[in-house]
Design a protein around this ligand. Structure first.
Ligand SMILES: [Zn+2]
Ligand SMILES: [Zn+2]
Length: 345
């Protein structure tokens, strides 16, 4: 009677493998945050992270695939484009509603943000709103002060407890079916990008040999290197921007302003400014505080693609410094109450 048992075990293993493969692309197939058993909440779901580590491993292919101008510039361009989508849209728009845009542009930039392989816009924005509500308190899931550097950098999003979006904090954006679709199938966008880059490189190898590229080279530079750089620059805001830099405002968290982080993250390094007044579309509060995402938003505004960029009121800029009254509480601006209209007009 061993045959049925062996067959049953094989079927069980196949079902588990199927579920795992599905979880790589279908976010809804994994356990919801509320369902995770407390004892296992901080456990890391290693099989689900195989694609994340595979993208890192892809960088090791560089010595074997060589380099070309088209591959390196694609890497740089995709870093810049996706960093802008993450900082200007995932962060300033979806998490903080710092400006308004059309439904089409909202979706287009959500797709670009998803191409960064940092999950969907609702997941990203809802966890970020949670960070503003609980900054550097025990409940802050990625506080470097509370939970250590590595956990704040990349441990927190690997944990089962943070896999699902924080539904209570998503806000009105959840009413858009296209955003819910993108959030559920978020992996499809980076998969399509990786496939497109490989296909272009393979085509160029035969049809445009003067470019000196191949499918593997475009995949390694354009997707793997670019995405890994984008990952760790973004993660550094959580792991570094509450530890290293200066504090202009006496916020109730440990956020800091850091020029180097601001340069690589297109303005997000002005993190103390941001915690002081999260509602603003700009994070560099003065002209010398370099904020590339703000410049990009000004350009999109001139083109009529975004509007109502929220400024930093002079009173807010001066509050909490030089003996002026303390900073305005940040929770209201960071996490609007449910039911308050948000999103497109
Ligand atoms: Zn922060
Ligand atoms: Zn924020």
């Amino acid at each position: 009677m061993t045959a049925p048992t062996a067959t049953g075990a094989t079927r069980g293993a196949a079902r588990r493998l199927g579920r795992q493969l599905l979880a790589w692309v279908d976010s809804s197939s994994a356990a919801k945050t509320d369902d995770v058993v407390a004892a296992d909440a901080r456990g890391i779901d290693w099989p689900r992270l195989v694609p994340f580590f595979a993208i890192h491993a892809g960088c090791l292919a560089l010595p074997f695939v060589g380099a070309s101008a088209v591959a390196v510039w694609t890497c740089v361009a995709l870093y810049a484009l996706r960093m802008f989508a993450v900082t200007a849209f995932y962060h300033r728009y979806f998490a903080h509603r710092a400006f308004a845009t059309s439904r089409a542009a909202q979706f287009a930039f959500a797709v670009l943000g998803a191409a960064s392989a940092q999950r969907g816009p609702l997941w990203w924005a809802s966890h970020h709103r949670h960070h503003h509500v609980h900054s550097d308190q025990p409940a802050d899931v990625h506080s470097a002060l509370r939970h250590g550097w590595l956990w704040s950098h990349m441990g927190w999003f690997m944990a089962r407890e943070n896999f699902a979006p924080r539904h209570a904090l998503i806000g009105g954006f959840a009413r858009f079916p296209e955003l819910r679709f993108l959030d559920r199938w978020d992996s499809l966008v980076p998969l399509a990008l990786a496939g497109g880059l490989y296909a272009f490189g393979a085509w160029a190898e035969g049809h445009a040999p003067q470019l000196g590229t191949t499918g593997a080279q475009m995949l390694a530079w354009g997707f793997c290197v670019s995405t890994v750089a984008l990952y760790h620059a973004t993660f550094c805001i959580n792991s570094m921007a509450h530890r290293y830099g200066s504090r202009r405002y006496a916020t109730r968290d440990a956020s800091r302003n850091n020029l180097w982080l601001a340069l690589v993250t297109f303005g997000e390094g002005w993190h103390n400014n941001h915690h002081h007044y999260p509602a603003a579309a700009r994070q560099g509060f003065y002209w010398w505080e370099v904020d590339f995402s703000w410049y990009g938003l000004k350009l999109l505004q001139a083109l009529g693609i975004v509007w109502d960029l929220k400024p930093v009121p002079a009173a807010v800029r001066h509050a909490g410094r030089d003996g002026a009254p303390a900073a305005t509480p940040t929770i209201d601006a960071a996490a609007p109450p449910e039911g308050r209209p948000e999103g497109t007009r």
